[in-house]
Design a binder for this molecule. Structure first.
Ligand SMILES: Cc1cc2nc3c(=O)[nH]c(=O)nc-3n(C[C@H](O)[C@H](O)[C@H](O)COP(=O)(O)OP(=O)(O)OC[C@H]3O[C@@H](n4cnc5c(N)ncnc54)[C@H](O)[C@@H]3O)c2cc1C
Length: 556
């Protein structure tokens, strides 16, 4: 993933088998699957990769326990299988996390229902190839040892179960890197603005390069719309009167310091409105989420609102045995929009949590294939189905059909296989020790970059100044700025601080304190003049203060 200008030159002169519009997890998965099957592929993303929904999730790779309640057994089964497979394919990036569901004295029926639900969850997860830990009943003492912040009165025990957690943006980048390694061309800040039709079929797109302001024209045999919540807008490019099918639902998360609500485990907290709130230790902070409400606002920039943040704090405080969490504990917040599909009658109510999370693949007007819905967790399966669908409809695309299902065995993170993963991670650890890097840094660079952690170590070996932390409280190093600019198409301060590393989503205040030195490093790598440097700092500051307005900003 480098040489943006060279890729643009190539894209302007060749015909691709497949053009993918959208660089979230769905588009990335499709580009990977297509390139692995031998198709020539171009993916265009109008903003940064994972700049929208795919960087704003709860970070879970999960079987979707709550889908059992809504009777979506098939979906929960599919998601559990994918979770277990992805843990094997990306062991550096997708890791087991245990959850406790506290059981309350007055809620005997709920306790019974939860036990039965988790037994079904275990059954759905049963897989000889990839064994998954079954749930377990805990006594009150075990619950409080794992989650010391919980209120002791009324808790009669808990149920421990396992799912997996990831870094969503890094997952998108890992899938895109895998696609690139198989020959796909991927370009960020490239917006599809017109779809060119020949013989009643989309045979090309006009794109606007948002960095240079120029337009390029790309030819293709087939085109996929993987634009998430923007998919109706892309469909309108081929049919003016396209009737919207998306029913966007907004989900907000808040982040508080781990010290504000100490827990050694994830928690699944039933709320009084019958929804569940996740509390997750993640990258040295605590994520609390999420809300789930019909959203009719600006799709480009959904912002957390005060009611949503208060709702999340209130939900946790019902279980909080320590100091109550309040607004000043919040160190970061963000909102994402779920690309849910409208179903008859669903737009009438505000609650969207009961809407299906299943995906749909369909051939729209002018042969434009559109893929919407789904989850981060089942991106690989959606991509596999999409490619099967495309190849059955576009016989002119000559693909290595034997490559069907190859992504089931293809590791992410640049590891060739399990053995390569074990030997390379040992090598990364030993080289890092010689450079006096601490274990938290080793863990961070390995989980973030996979085998490319070796390139970070090369940079530190060449220039010892690059082993300085970007901000003392979090592990990312200055060397990562160079790596991400040179190899991951990071072109703005926010690309780096929000999506290549996650400081902008973890701690607004510390992120802004570190921003000037990151901006200076990017200035020299990308030859920014001083005006550009100031504009980048201002843009980051505006973006963070919009997400967490001043009454919320924590001095912590
Ligand atoms: C709050 C929340 C929590 C969630 N938590 C989880 C979770 O824990 N686990 C899980 O499995 N799933 C979770 N999900 C669901 C999951 O995040 C989404 O299903 C998934 O990220 C959608 O990916 P996508 O690629 O379809 O959309 P996006 O990530 O939005 O990608 C679409 C991309 O298309 C680009 N685009 C649009 N128009 C154009 C154009 N004209 N030209 C070029 N590019 C264009 C956009 O810029 C965008 O980047 C969550 C969702 C939300 C909102």
């Amino acid at each position: 993933m480098k040489n943006r200008n060279r890729i643009i030159e190539l894209a302007s002169v060749r015909e691709y088998d497949l053009v993918v519009i959208g660089g979230g997890i769905v588009g990335a998965g499709i580009a990977q699957n297509a390139s692995v099957r031998g198709l020539s592929v171009l993916l265009v993303e109008k903003d940064d990769f994972s700049g929208h929904t795919s960087s704003k999730t709860t970070k879970l790779i999960h079987g979707g326990l709550r889908y059992l309640e809504t009777g979506q057994l098939r979906l929960a089964y599919q998601l559990s299988r994918e979770r277990d497979l992805l843990e094997q394919l990306a062991p550096h990036l997708i890791k087991d996390i245990s959850f406790i569901l506290p059981l309350i004295r007055q809620e005997a029926f709920f306790s019974l229902k939860a036990s039965v639900g988790l037994s079904v969850y275990d059954l759905l997860s049963f897989n000889i190839g990839h064994p998954h830990q079954s749930h377990k009943r805990l006594n009150p003492q075990e619950v409080f040892e794992a989650a010391p912040s919980l209120k002791q009165e009324n808790v009669t025990g808990g149920l421990r179960f396992h799912d997996a957690i990831t870094d969503d943006s890094r997952l998108v980048l890992a899938v895109l890197k895998s696609a690139s390694a198989h020959g796909a061309h991927v370009i960020n800040y490239m917006e599809a603005v017109t779809l060119n039709i020949e013989s009643n079929t989309v045979r090309g797109i006009e794109c606007r390069d948002r960095l240079s302001g120029t337009n390029i024209s790309v030819r293709c045999k087939a085109c996929v719309n993987a634009a998430g919540v923007f998919s109706d807008q892309v469909l309108r490019l081929v049919k003016d009167k396209w009737k919207p099918r998306m029913l966007p639902s907004k989900g907000t998360h808040v982040v508080v310091p781990l010290s504000a609500f100490p827990t050694n485990t994830g928690l699944l907290l039933p709320n009084t409105d019958k929804r569940y709130i996740f509390v997750l230790p993640w990258q040295r902070t605590l994520l609390i989420g999420t809300t789930d409400n019909l959203y009719r606002g600006n799709l480009e920039n959904p912002l957390p609102d005060a009611d949503e943040m208060d709702y999340l704090l209130h939900a946790v405080n019902q279980y909080n045995g320590g100091r109550r969490l309040n607004r000043s504990d919040i160190i970061s917040a963000w909102s994402g929009i779920r690309p849910l599909i409208n179903q008859p009658g669903s737009s009438k109510s505000n609650g969207t949590s009961k809407l299906s999370r299943e995906h749909q693949i369909c051939s729209g007007p002018k042969g434009l294939i559109t893929v919407v819905g789904g989850k981060l967790t089942n991106y690989r399966l959606m991509a596999e189905e999409t490619l099967n669908y495309i190849l059955s409809r576009f016989p002119q695309i000559d693909a290595a059909r034997g490559a069907v299902g190859r992504t089931r065995r293809l590791m992410l993170g640049g590891w060739l296989d399990k053995e390569d993963y074990l030997t390379s991670t040992a090598l990364i650890a030993s080289r890092a020790r010689k450079l006096s890097l601490d274990p938290a840094t080793v863990d961070h660079i390995t989980s973030t970059y996979g085998k490319d952690a070796l390139s970070i170590l090369d940079l530190v070996e060449q220039d010892a100044d690059l082993k300085e932390r970007i901000c003392p409280e979090f592990p990312p190093l200055m060397a990562e700025i160079t790596h991400c600019v040179q190899n991951e198409l990071a072109v703005s301060l926010e690309d780096f601080l929000a999506r290549r590393v996650r400081l902008a989503m973890l701690h607004h205040k510390l992120c802004m304190e570190a921003a000037p030195k990151v901006a200076l490093a990017m200035q020299s790598l990308l030859q920014w003049d001083n005006n550009r440097l100031d504009a980048e700092l201002q843009a980051l500051s505006n973006s963070l203060s919009e997400q967490l307005p001043s009454p919320f900003i924590s001095a912590k």
